[in-house]
Design a protein. Structure first.
Length: 371
């Protein structure tokens, strides 16, 4: 008994040390799952993170059998299963023996591949206090039942994982708030200092042109005034990028306001969209912002169409302009830094960006991100 207790304490200590070092949720979950299997002797495991709407994502996996690994783990990423159903309807409140795995059962029925003797798994909710984050599933070939002490240990580990997830989420929220505060400060500083100086320069140049007696001097002052007004426009756009007005009312409202500021006529179409996760909304805002700025600067467009649609757990934003377009080969590297940045932002959330353009036929940018 004492030896078993010491072993459990040692396991919990190793897991805690690993969790305390992590700052990125999926990486932490992958590492801790591998460590858990190694020190407990179990062979297979996976973790689902479940959002407030009941949607789940495969956040970590280890040694899944071929039947569950097909097509980049597609059987683990789609469809329902008993453990997630129990989690969502409130029946899964503690470590539980799941008598059969529905995904394994479906794989056997569909003859999808080898299951390596895996038929059952234990399911443990990941939680911290009253907050729930997902489920931990572990099993081994031909293991059909978990002892009470095994479930108790898994429950203790799951609580550690849940606490770590909460810590990482809170840290990220704190970072996001600090970043937003810094953006707001920079926007205020730019508005109160540089923007006002440019406005003063424009007024001074106009006064100089009116007071001058020679055409050459008048033209010089007029040129300075034009430059100052152009710089003011750039500064307003930069302030918008730092602190978008209207984003609190949704991405469509924010982009409509931004396009109005740029002098673009924006037509919008929305389908299946109610609300979006904060990170997704901010990413779409940044991509849309860059795309609209390109419409104004480079495409010389007058009218832009914006479509936003949520379907099959994906949000798709399409921006079409009636501008001059350019010759683009999709098999070659994206030509500009701005477009590369847009692609990188989408990829950071597991999404993709598609660019379509032809000379004199306008440009389309299609962004797809999981939600």
């Amino acid at each position: 008994m004492v030896e078993r207790k010491n072993s459990e304490i040692s396991i919990l200590k190793e897991i805690a040390e690993l969790l305390n070092e992590g700052t990125e949720i999926n990486q932490v979950l992958t590492e801790v799952l591998a460590k858990l299997l190694h020190i407990t002797g179990l062979e297979t495991g996976w973790i689902f993170l479940v959002d407030e709407q009941g949607g789940y994502q495969l956040a970590a996996k280890a040694e899944l059998p071929p039947a569950l690994s097909l097509n980049k783990y597609e059987p683990m990423c789609h469809g329902g299963c008993w453990c997630v159903d129990r989690y969502n309807d409130g029946r899964l409140n503690k470590a539980t023996n799941i008598f059969e795995c529905k995904r394994i059962e479906d794989a056997i029925i569909n003859n999808s591949g080898e299951t390596n003797g895996l038929t059952h798994h234990a399911t443990v909710p990941l939680r911290a206090g009253d907050e729930k984050f997902g489920v931990l599933n572990v099993g081994s070939p031909n293991k059909t039942h978990f002892k009470v002490e095994e479930l108790a240990l898994l429950e203790a580990i799951a609580f550690q994982i849940g606490t770590a997830i909460k810590r990482i989420k809170l840290t990220q929220q704190e970072h996001d708030l600090a970043l937003a505060a810094e953006r707001n400060r920079l926007a205020r500083d730019l508005h109160d200092s540089v923007n006002q100086l440019l406005f003063s320069l424009s007024l001074t140049a106009r006064a100089g042109a009116e007071m001058s007696d020679t055409d050459q001097v008048k033209e010089t002052f007029a040129y300075i005034q034009d430059l100052a007004q152009e710089a003011q426009g750039e500064m307003r756009a930069l302030i918008w990028q730092l602190r978008p007005r209207g984003l609190e009312n949704g991405i469509i409202c924010a982009l409509a306001g931004y396009s109005e500021m740029l002098g673009l006529h924006l037509e919008t179409e929305v389908s299946g969209v109610s609300s979006l996760p904060g990170k997704v909304e901010e990413t779409l805002w940044r991509i849309g912002q860059e795309a609209l700025a390109n419409c104004k600067k480079h495409a010389q467009a007058e009218k832009v169409e914006l479509k936003l649609e949520i379907k099959n757990e994906l949000v798709t934003m399409t921006i079409n302009d009636d501008g001059c377009g350019f010759n683009f080969d999709p098999n070659k590297e994206i030509p500009s830094l701005g477009l590369k940045s847009m692609k990188t932002r989408a990829a950071a959330l597991g999404g993709k960006l598609e660019l379509l353009s032809k000379m004199d036929e306008g440009t389309s940018i299609i962004v797809t991100i999981p939600v």
